[in-house]
Ligand binder design. Structure first.
Ligand code: FMN
Length: 311
């Protein structure tokens, strides 16, 4: 997740929680100049991803730019690259990227032709069902099926849903049988029971991806595999590693608190009455106030027994 699950998050997560096979990286936007920014390069630097299976993701409408970036990543040792056809953001869609490409069938076909003819690395695709109507997915699937897509990750919403409404599971069910690539399901998995129900209903799905639910409950994957839930000690250690990492990376604890507040907008859902603490955290104007608010949360709020809540 862009702005949330960068390399410091991935490493801290792997240190304190288990159950994840693959970490998909926030998207990179390769530019025409064929140069990455320092910030982008820091996220995919092999040293920063040591010990975990990380999959870089590219957001572009240009086959040349995709192939250049995929080549750089393959040379660094990455074993797979993902194409983002799911991002619903208005600015991304207006540029014809992300889910915007789902409405530009001919352009998408040219892009996939270019990518799959020349990529020297397996390429997976993350997609939504369409722009406006899930019926759009059938011709899209017919297109995807023509290429050696190493995995198709489906978030069964359409672009205009953004993250609202329920995932369209009936449309997902209808599409699943016709997918040639292995299918990974993504969307609204918040509890271990959600994961179990999804696998029960769709035994043909070969992988599950979680975003918001996994930030809200970093032990989600462990629990989904029958392992333990998050304990307070691991959560505290995870938080402290992340906070110290951001403070060092940004050279400023104050800037680190801004990034941590975004993280807390998910993690508070794991604490009883977490919503009541959101304001205190938001108002914390300096690192001392932030740290006091965090101490209060860890020391006095019980963890939810059942599962995290996503607001
Ligand atoms: C803040 C934020 C950033 C995201 N960044 C990305 C991204 O960089 N690449 C991507 O494929 N999806 C991104 N997503 C979408 C999630 O990966 C996921 O598809 C979506 O949130 C639905 O799954 P979930 O219910 O498990 O969160 C982002 C979502 C959020 C809320």
């Amino acid at each position: 997740m862009e702005g949330v699950t960068g390399w410091l998050f991935r490493q801290a997560h792997r240190h304190w929680f288990s159950g994840v096979d693959r970490y998909f990286m926030p998207f990179l936007s390769p530019r025409q100049e064929h140069a990455f920014t320092r910030r982008e390069a820091s996220d995919f630097l092999p040293e920063h991803n040591r010990g975990l299976y990380a999959v870089p993701q590219l957001l572009t409408r240009s086959a040349d730019d995709f192939l250049w970036a995929a080549g750089v990543l393959a040379d660094l040792g990455y074993r797979e690259v993902n194409l983002n056809l799911g991002c619903p953001s208005g600015t991304v869609v207006a540029k014809g990227k992300g889910s915007g490409l789902l409405g530009r069938r001919e352009e998408l076909e040219r892009l996939l032709d270019g990518i799959y003819a020349r990529a020297g690395i397996p390429v997976s695709i993350k997609t939504r069902l369409g722009l406006r109507d899930p019926e759009e997915f059938f011709p899209l699937l017919e297109l995807f099926n023509r290429y050696p897509v190493c995995e198709l990750i489906i978030h069964p919403r359409v672009q205009k849903d953004f993250y609202r409404n329920q995932p369209r599971l009936d449309a997902f069910a209808a599409a699943l049988a016709s997918c040639r690539a292995p299918v990974c399901y993504n969307g609204d998995l918040v509890t271990a029971a959600d994961c179990a129900a999804l696998i029960r209903r769709f035994p043909g799905v070969t992988a599950l991806m979680a975003g918001r639910g996994a930030v809200a409950d970093p032990a989600l994957f462990s629990k989904a595999r029958g392992g333990p839930g998050a304990d307070r000690g691991a959560l505290r250690a995870f938080h402290d590693e992340l906070y110290a990492g951001y403070a060092q990376a940004f050279g400023s604890r104050r800037n680190a608190t801004l990034r941590m507040k975004e993280f807390w907008s998910y993690l508070l859902g794991l604490f009883q009455d977490g919503a009541g603490q959101a304001k205190a955290l938001r108002k914390a104007a300096d690192p001392a106030a932030y740290e006091a608010a965090v101490n209060h949360i860890f020391q006095s709020l019980p963890l939810r027994e059942d599962a995290a809540v996503i607001w």
